[in-house]
Design a protein around this ligand. Sequence first.
Ligand SMILES: [Zn+2]
Length: 302
Amino acid sequence: MPTIRNLWPYPVNFELTQLERQASRLGHLPGYCCVCGRATVFQIDTDLRERVPCLRCGSVNRQRQLATVLLEYAHTIAAPRRPLSIGDIAKETIIWNAETTRALHRRLSEHLGSNYLSSEFISADLSSGTVVDGVLHVDMQHTHFGDDSLDFILSSDVLEHVPNPILAFEESYRILKYGGCHIFTAPFYEHRFTNERRAVVNAEGQLTHLRRPWYHGDPIHEEGALVYNVFAPEVMCQLEHMGFEARLCRLRAPFRGMLGWNGIVMVARKVAEPSHKRDGVFPDDTDWVGEDASPGSGMALA
Ligand SMILES: [Zn+2]
């Protein structure tokens, strides 16, 4: 019998690599940190996604994943050279981060100054743009930012707590410049296509739990933050329908402090036309201007 290999669901290897196992036993691994831009030592304990702090700047795995993808796109914004760390990003880059604490926030804030905006979701009673005790409140579903005003939006495990993430993505599309990206992490199902709705809020603001309430630790709210949605590949389709070029990345590079199988980062890039690779098999629609093209355009049918 021939071997049947699944393209989907593709096999996810939940095992640690030999290097990761050895590093976990030792409790540390040397490497390079892209947040502080220095040779460092990563401290390793049980939680590979949420921990593995850089002993120089304190950044953790998930922040380095986000920063790594940010750096890959940041060179498109007038960077003097391909950025290796946050300190190399062009100073005119405008970034909004939906987080106001920890190492990546501190480094971006030091480097970009007033071109860096950071916020928290403080209360549903406030309108976006309100500052409370020096902290900017922004609801990702209805921000106060202008159209086409940002180069990057960063959100690290925030969107699962947003009741209607589609509204948030539409808002991202509105406020990003063309070529700009919303780069985000969130819990992600690799074994199913569809997103999971765990709770919904109706037009009257009434909350209904569809699954057992699941709360994440939250620096701002003591009771924790409710998880409304867990994304799956369906979110990539939703992003493309909105006009984004969507990308799903896995980040796993031990000597860059990114360990474990679940380093998933998603990118929604606002482009005029998603750039799917053409390979001679699928139709090339590059010059297609539509059937109502004016005569003389070279496209009129005989
Ligand atoms: Zn560091």
